[in-house]
Design a protein around this ligand. Structure first.
Ligand SMILES: *[C@@H]1O[C@H](CO)[C@@H](O)[C@H](O)[C@H]1NC(C)=O
Ligand SMILES: *[C@@H]1O[C@H](CO)[C@@H](O)[C@H](O)[C@H]1NC(C)=O
Ligand SMILES: *[C@@H]1O[C@H](CO)[C@@H](O)[C@H](O)[C@H]1NC(C)=O
Ligand SMILES: *[C@@H]1O[C@H](CO)[C@@H](O)[C@H](O)[C@H]1NC(C)=O
Length: 242
């Protein structure tokens, strides 16, 4: 179970929010935004609220203004986690949507993008999406990874990582706490000195802070935007050099 921290500030899903459009890539519905050119492509792997979360789409649009073609897959095929459904708590929902299976959906989307001529693809994963994001890199589908308050990412996943990776954790995250984030960092430093990596723990923020912040709270917005900037810088430095 992910705990209460994962269900605070659930988004009000809105399939028509954002400046992009929804299209089908290899059989998977995806929100697509940003540059129409598929030179530098970023796949955003959502948390368990899925691809209709307005703040996720807003972030996708922002990434899109920086010259990226941005793709946000519907990993849950129209069935995101619903925190109001008492008869289907997280542990039950997760049985239908195990994070380890996310790679299957992600692979199909990446292959469809490559078929359309995508040149260099990076992936960012949030919470549940951290697992498919790291798996994409470890299976050779993407060139750069960013993990933001990831969940379900094992030390072994990090040990297998051979591509540039940034990991952003929160001081007050109880799901992937700083102690775990530090283990990722130690693994990267000790076993992967040749891999370009950045591990950062943001002070005073909880799990989900980059996506489920209160847009009316200026401090929360600032904390989220700081993480967004670091994610963008990482892609600018490591994806655009390809
Ligand atoms: C959903 O998003 C659309 C497009 O941005 C907006 O017009 C509409 O008001 C939103 N609906 C809700 C319930 O927020
Ligand atoms: C809640 O989950 C149950 C079990 O999966 C499902 O049958 C039901 O349709 C869901 N209720 C709502 C309101 O989505
Ligand atoms: C990462 O690189 C190591 C050493 O070159 C190699 O043995 C391993 O198979 C690679 N891992 C992946 C997931 O490609
Ligand atoms: C975050 O954790 C620190 C250190 O334990 C604590 O001092 C601070 O009050 C916490 N902040 C929030 C917002 O929970």
């Amino acid at each position: 179970m992910l705990g209460a921290n994962c269900t605070s500030n659930p988004p009000i899903l809105n399939g028509s929010s954002g400046g992009g459009y929804v299209t089908n890539l290899g059989g998977v519905n995806c929100y697509v935004t940003g540059s129409p050119l598929l030179i530098f492509v970023i796949l955003l792997a959502s948390d368990f609220y899925g691809y209709q979360a307005p703040l996720l789409r807003k972030l996708a649009d922002k990434v899109g203004t920086k010259g990226y073609h941005v793709v946000v897959p519907d990993f849950f095929n129209g069935d995101p986690f619903d925190p109001n459904n008492a008869s289907r708590p997280q542990d039950i929902w997760l049985k239908d949507h195990p994070p380890e299976k996310g790679i299957e959906t992600a692979k199909v989307v990446v292959e469809a993008l490559k078929h359309k001529g995508a040149y260099a693809i990076g992936a960012a994963g949030f919470c549940w999406g951290g697992k498919p994001a790291v798996d994409l890199g470890n299976s050779g589908h993407t060139k750069v990874t960013v993990l933001l308050h990831p969940a379900f990412v094992t030390n072994n996943d990090i040990e297998r990582t051979n591509i540039s990776i940034a990991i952003l954790g929160g001081q007050n995250d109880t799901i992937t706490p700083p102690s775990q984030i530090k283990q990722y960092e130690e693994i990267l430093n000790a076993k992967k000195p040749e891999v370009e990596s950045l591990v950062k723990i943001f002070p005073g923020v909880s799990h989900g802070w980059t996506l489920r912040y209160d847009p009316n709270d200026p401090e929360a917005v600032k904390d989220a935007e700081k993480a967004h900037e670091i994610m963008l810088d990482w892609f600018d430095k490591h994806l655009k050099k390809h």
